[in-house]
Design a protein around this ligand. Sequence first.
Ligand SMILES: Cc1cc2nc3c(=O)[nH]c(=O)nc-3n(C[C@H](O)[C@H](O)[C@H](O)COP(=O)(O)OP(=O)(O)OC[C@H]3O[C@@H](n4cnc5c(N)ncnc54)[C@H](O)[C@@H]3O)c2cc1C
Length: 102
Amino acid sequence: MAKFVLIGSGLAGGLLAAYLGRRGYDVDLYERRADPREANIVGGRSINLAISTRGIHALEKLGIADEALQHAIPMRGRMIHDKSGDMHSASTRLGARGSTRR
Ligand SMILES: Cc1cc2nc3c(=O)[nH]c(=O)nc-3n(C[C@H](O)[C@H](O)[C@H](O)COP(=O)(O)OP(=O)(O)OC[C@H]3O[C@@H](n4cnc5c(N)ncnc54)[C@H](O)[C@@H]3O)c2cc1C
């Protein structure tokens, strides 16, 4: 069976490694940064971790969406405020769009 060597364990690398591992492939995953669970990282102010519908779907396929969402907020859409003050919403779940005047 093929072996995969992945460089970079960001969101995409970690997810791909998990998918390949679930399919039984041998995967080596390299990351140049320290493991954030072990490194003594002093973070600044931060917004909450948000996971989009697309991300939730990807995690559901691994069976870990519920666990991940205990530490994150679901991001089901976005709101764009244009220069005139109008707001345009887009649902990432349904692809629906709507506009609102201020
Ligand atoms: C401040 C901030 C907050 C964010 N908040 C959210 C959020 O709440 N929700 C959300 O969905 N998205 C968020 N994002 C966006 C999200 O972080 C990116 O969309 C996502 O990380 C992209 O994933 P990626 O795997 O493509 O790249 P990356 O996450 O950048 O992963 C690439 C990895 O490859 C490693 N790498 C690169 N070169 C090498 C090498 N030569 N050898 C070894 N390793 C290497 C890097 O160290 C890195 O870990 C945020 C981004 C920022 C900057």
